[in-house]
Design a protein around this ligand. Structure first.
Ligand SMILES: [Zn+2]
Length: 436
C-alpha cells in the first residue's frame, strides 16, 4: 500500500514537473512567435550624418538600421558620421566614425570614439547588404569582394583584429552574443601577438629631404594632454616645417582605414606583423591612399596639415603655433613594452630613446618648435629667430637652457625666441631633434 502510494506521488510529481518544464520551454517561444518585433530596448536611438558622402538614400537607410540594431560594442557612442567611400561597381567600402555630436563644431578638443568601416554590396534586385567591420558577416562578405578591389593580402589583413588594443578587444569579445563571430575567428584573432614589431620599421618621413623633429612627448588627445597615457590614442608628435610634408608608411602593410574628417584626416595602416599604426593630422585633401591599398615601407600616405586646428569627427585637434605640421603618431605597445623604429627603442611613457650607443631625450619638456633644423644643441650654435615653448606638464614651471652665453630660463607654456648664434653646451636640457 505504502509502495503504491509512493509510486503515485512520484508519477504525479513527474507529471507536474514535465508540465512546468513544457510551459517554461514553450511559453516564451509562443510569445515570441506572437510578437516577432524586437523589444524597444533592442533598437538604439542613433544619429547618422551622411552629408559628407555620396551614397543612395536606400543604402543610408540600411546602414542606419544596422547601427540601430547591432550591439553597441565596436562602435561606442550614438552619433555616427560616414567619412569616406571607395566606390567599385556594386561595392562600397565605407569609413565610419563615432563622435560626440556638435562638440567638434566648436573647435573643442574632445574625446571621440573610433573610426571603423563597413562593406556594402548591391545585389541583383538592387537591394543592399552591409556588414560592419569586426563581425563575422564582414569576414564573410569580404570573401566575395573581387581580388582586383581587395587583394588576398588585404582581405587577410582586414580580418585580423586590432591586436594593438588586445585588452580592450578581448573585453569586447566577451560581450559579443553567440554567433556574432565564429569560434574559429575568435581563436585566430590574437594568434600573431608574438610577431608584433617583427618587421622593419622606419620613421615616417624622408630623412634626406625633410628633417623632422619630435614636437611633443607621449600624450593622448586630451587637453591638457596626459603624458602618462596608454592605449588607442597615446602617441608622440613628430613633424616639420619643411616644404616636403609627405608622411610615409613606417612599414609594409595594408591601408585599414582612412578617416577624412571635417577639418583633418587620419590614415590607419595594418602592418604586416599585425600592428595597427595611426597617422593623425593629415590634410583632408592630402591623403593619397584608400582603404584596401597595399603599401610598402616608405610609400607616401599623404601630407601633414600645417597650423592649429580644432578636433573633428576623426580626431582631436592639433595645437601648433606658427605654420608647423605634425603627425600624432600612435605607436602601439608591444608585449615587452617597447617598439623599435630604425634601430631606436621607443618606450611608451618614456620620452628617452636609445639606439644602444646614444641616448636622446627628444622633447625634455617637451619643447615645441617651429624650426625645421637641428635642435639637438650640444656645443652647437643655433641660428634662428624662431620660437620655442616648453610644456609645464612635463617640464615644470620653467626651463633653463645652459649655455656659454649665459643660461636662459624661460617660463613654460610661453613662447620664447633665442638670439641668433645662440650656443648651448653639452648637457643642455634643450634637446628636440630626433637623431637619425
Ligand atoms: Zn599629438
Amino acid at each position: 500500500m505504502k509502495k503504491i502510494l509512493t509510486s503515485k506521488i512520484i508519477l504525479l510529481s513527474t507529471i507536474v514537473i514535465v508540465c512546468i518544464a513544457l510551459t517554461v520551454f514553450y511559453l516564451p517561444k509562443a510569445i515570441a512567435e506572437i510578437s516577432p518585433l524586437k523589444e524597444e530596448s533592442d533598437i538604439r536611438s542613433i544619429y547618422l550624418d551622411s552629408s559628407g558622402v555620396n551614397l543612395p538614400a536606400e543604402l543610408i537607410a540600411v546602414i542606419e538600421k544596422e547601427l540601430q540594431e547591432k550591439p553597441n560594442v565596436f562602435f561606442e557612442g550614438e552619433n555616427y558620421m560616414l567619412t569616406g567611400v571607395r566606390e567599385e561597381e556594386n561595392w562600397r567600402f565605407i569609413s565610419i566614425a563615432v563622435y560626440i555630436k556638435n562638440a567638434y563644431q566648436n573647435g573643442a578638443e574632445v574625446p571621440f570614439g573610433e573610426t571603423s568601416s563597413l562593406i556594402a554590396k548591391q545585389q541583383e534586385d538592387q537591394s543592399w547588404v552591409i556588414a560592419l567591420q569586426y563581425t563575422q558577416n564582414y569576414a564573410d562578405l569580404l570573401k566575395e569582394v573581387p581580388d582586383e578591389y581587395f587583394s588576398a593580402k588585404a582581405k587577410q589583413m582586414e580580418i585580423i583584429f586590432p591586436n594593438v588594443y588586445k585588452e580592450k578587444y578581448l573585453k569586447i569579445l566577451d560581450q559579443l552574443p553567440e554567433g556574432y563571430l565564429s569560434e574559429e575567428s575568435r581563436k585566430s584573432l590574437f594568434e600573431d601577438q608574438s610577431t608584433k614589431n617583427s618587421i622593419s620599421y622606419k620613421f615616417p618621413w624622408n630623412k634626406n629631404n625633410s628633417p623632422w623633429i619630435y614636437t611633443q612627448g607621449w600624450h593622448d588627445g586630451n587637453d591638457p594632454p596626459n603624458p602618462n597615457c596608454h592605449g588607442d590614442w597615446c602617441a608622440i608628435d613628430v613633424g616639420t616645417n619643411h616644404t616636403d610634408k609627405n608622411v610615409l608608411s613606417a612599414a609594409s602593410g595594408v591601408v585599414d582605414n582612412v578617416c577624412i574628417g571635417t577639418i583633418s584626416a587620419n590614415v590607419y595602416v595594418r602592418n604586416d606583423d599585425g600592428v595597427l599604426m595611426r597617422y593623425v593630422h593629415l590634410g583632408i585633401t592630402d591623403v593619397d591612399v584608400q582603404k584596401g591599398d597595399i603599401v610598402d615601407q616608405g610609400d607616401i600616405l599623404g601630407r601633414l596639415k600645417p597650423g592649429s586646428f580644432g578636433g573633428d569627427n576623426c580626431s582631436y585637434g592639433a595645437s601648433q603655433k606658427f605654420d608647423f605640421g605634425h603627425i600624432h603618431w600612435v605607436i602601439p605597445i608591444t608585449e615587452n613594452g617597447s617598439f623599435i623604429v630604425d634601430g631606436w627603442t621607443i618606450k611608451q611613457g618614456d620620452d628617452t630613446w636609445t639606439n644602444g650607443i646614444n641616448i636622446i631625450d627628444p622633447p625634455n619638456g617637451p619643447i615645441y618648435s617651429s624650426n625645421q633644423s637641428n635642435l639637438h644643441l650640444q656645443n652647437a650654435s643655433y641660428n634662428s629667430t624662431e620660437y620655442f615653448k616648453a610644456n609645464s606638464i612635463t617640464a615644470g614651471p620653467s626651463v633653463t637652457i645652459q649655455s656659454p652665453n649665459g643660461n636662459v630660463t624661460f617660463e613654460a607654456d610661453t613662447y620664447i625666441r633665442l638670439d641668433p648664434g645662440f650656443t648651448a653646451q653639452n648637457g643642455s636640457s634643450f634637446h628636440a631633434k630626433i637623431s637619425q
